[in-house]
Design a protein around this ligand. Sequence first.
Ligand SMILES: [Zn+2]
Ligand SMILES: [Zn+2]
Length: 182
Amino acid sequence: MKIRIRDLEVRKLEFDERFQAGEIEFGEDVKQASELATDGRAELIREHHGGQDTVDDIRIVGKLAVQVEAGCARCLEPVTIPVSRSFDLLYRPLKGEKRAEEVSIHEAETEIGFYSGEGMELEDALREQVLLAVPIKVLCREDCKGLCPVCGVNRNLKSCQCTVNPADMRWDALSGLKDKLQ
Ligand SMILES: [Zn+2]
Ligand SMILES: [Zn+2]
């Protein structure tokens, strides 16, 4: 759903949207596993910088709920992650921002983003919010035993007789999988 500055100049935009599972792309590691429901409003915030100098910001306030799926960092099994959050975001036009200023804004306030051109897609704001809610290291359970680095079995499901050299213990799930595939 496109949010256009020229529409916001007329009135606030109220939204109540549903996106089917898989409709929003979250990159390689995260999949949209359920419908995403969101509602809220978008409005224009006009910053006055003296005289005719104004900056049109887009403020998006609302909430969303969805289930996403990501692979366990240890055993690679898909893990369902329910995401439910509310947001209050401000997007500034990219044009005219000085590079250094931009960086410091990003560091100080993560809730400020940028748009370019005549507006932005609601989906882009939603994607960002969902990805922020997904842990960097997804685990299927706290004590996931992961894949055996020697034979690649999922040690949550099966045990194996492999002797694991202590030096191999730091191998991650991916190298275990590589062995399994060979
Ligand atoms: Zn796991
Ligand atoms: Zn094994």
